[in-house]
Design a protein around this ligand. Structure first.
Ligand code: SF4
Length: 449
């Protein structure tokens, strides 16, 4: 990381940047890229906004709740700006893309607004804000390939690598096509070079990121699809594990499944959003598959990748979802038996097609449906986790345990956290650990079991 910015007289100017992030792994990685982009301008990361010269709120608008949190943070930052007018406050990410100039009206403390599509322009936009001392707003649509950007990563053993941006689909509940734009993939050679360089510095696991990660290459003329990209990066020296998120069911082709099954470094975990078990709801969501097509993909995945862990997203209370539709979703959860689910109540989002749908489900009913879905899933997850008791699992040791810093933690290929006792010299290594106890959200292991 950059330690400062040398002046012509040899003095070092250190400036501090505070970045707060809401939302998905893409956003988390965008924060690393923002830190990487401003590092050559002399900014180092700080943990508090009070001593920052630059404050960036990296926002998410996938749900109304996340968006409201941004506005309450901006309210608090008014006091920071009043005390130190020279501090630059920027709003980035999906809320910035969605609101654009309107953010300046809602919060006069804001100097810089740039959406998820404009991260690569951060140094130029920041320079403009600093020199003109006037608010700068950038919400243009990008064209061409997704860029390769520097990133200031916090972890050594694992790294997120963005391989594509945006989405060509049009799910009626989703803000992504509006906030992140059309699908753009990075060049495969640039992805290869980034991963090779990470592995040369001790990285052992990469998570390939994209809104529709498995449709990588669909809009580029390079002729490299996601399966070919996996084949390309698999031999990289030092690379032990490959993860990827998020996959779209329609892009989970037989060719890709064959590749996932053939390559041993690809982890045995697939996150495959189902969203609903009712065809009527799936159609209103514009998901472009029926439940039986989804079920067929799941069956094929399980046939080709024995022991694969399957997780999914479910939205309850989508407009027009009847009790009978919802019961089909519950039946789907019982039938498929996912390893885990991420269930959410539908919330109205700006610039989405679902806004104009009729028959919005009342909030108390959404709450009831959410609890019903979780009640079905809880014992399934528990039973699946219990099956690890007594098994020996290969885990990649990531570092100290989050719950007890004197212990170590790593993950199974299926993405379950395992805490165990061992020396720090194991960090970054694949080790065999016996599972001695199954807890609510993790496993306890032993090197001797
Ligand atoms: S596939 Fe659908 S839910 Fe996923 S990012 Fe694209 S529009 Fe959103």
């Amino acid at each position: 990381m950059t330690e400062g910015w040398p002046l012509t007289n040899g003095a070092i100017v250190v400036k501090r940047v505070f970045i707060k992030t809401w939302g998905c792994q893409m956003n988390e990685h965008d924060a690393e890229r923002m830190a990487g982009l401003v590092a050559p301008m002399g900014y180092i990361l700080t943990a508090t906004p009070e001593d920052a010269d630059l404050i960036l709120l990296n926002t998410c608008s996938i749900r109304d709740k996340a968006e409201q949190k941004v506005y309450s943070d901006l309210g608090r930052l008014n006091a920071v700006k009043a005390a130190r007018p020279e501090v630059v406050i920027g709003v980035a990410g999906c809320v910035a893309q969605q609101e654009g100039r309107a953010l300046l009206q809602r919060s006069p403390a804001v100097d810089l607004v740039f959406g998820s599509k404009g991260i690569e322009h951060l140094p130029a936009l920041l320079t403009e804000a600093l020199t003109t001392r006037r608010p700068v707003v950038y919400t243009e649509d990008p064209i061409g390939l997704a860029p390769t950007l520097p990133a200031d990563r916090r972890e050594r053993v694992r790294a997120w690598v963005s391989i594509m941006e945006g989405c060509e689909n049009a799910c009626s509940f989703c803000v992504v096509p509006a906030t992140r734009g059309r699908e753009r993939s990075r060049l495969s050679q640039e992805i290869y070079d980034e991963i090779a360089s990470l592995c040369a510095s001790g990285c052992r696991e990469v998570t390939l990121l994209g809104q529709n990660v498995n449709s990588y290459g669909r809009t580029s003329s390079e002729g490299v699809d996601f399966a070919a990209l996996l084949d390309l990066i698999h031999p990289i020296e030092g690379l032990a594990r490959i993860r990827y998120t998020t996959s779209h069911p329609n892009a989970m082709t037989p060719r890709l499944m064959e590749t996932l099954a053939r390559l041993p470094k690809v982890c045995r975990h697939v996150h495959l959003p189902m969203q609903a078990g009712s065809d009527r709801t799936l159609e209103r969501m514009r998901r472009d598959y029926t439940f039986s097509e989804y079920l067929a993909r799941v069956g094929e995945l399980r046939r080709r990748l024995p022991n694969v862990a399957l997780t999914t997203d479910v939205i309850v209370g989508f407009p027009g979802e009847t009790d009978a539709d919802f019961r089909e979703t519950l039946a789907a959860l019982e039938m498929i038996e996912f390893d885990n689910i991420y269930a959410f109540k539908y919330s109205k989002r700006p610039n989405t097609a679902a806004l104009v749908l009729e028959d919005h489900v009342p909030e108390p009913e959404k709450d009831r449906r959410l609890q019903a879905a979780l009640a079905i899933q809880r014992p399934i997850t528990r039973r699946k986790n219990d099956a690890f008791q007594g098994r020996v699992e290969e885990i990649l040791v990531e570092g100290p345990s989050k719950t007890d810093r004197s212990r170590l933690m790593g993950r199974t290929s299926s993405n379950l956290v395992v805490n165990f006792d061992g020396p720090p010299t194991l960090i970054g290594r694949l080790v065999q650990v016996g599972v001695i106890q199954v807890k609510a959200n993790s496993l306890d292991g032993s090197l001797d079991a």
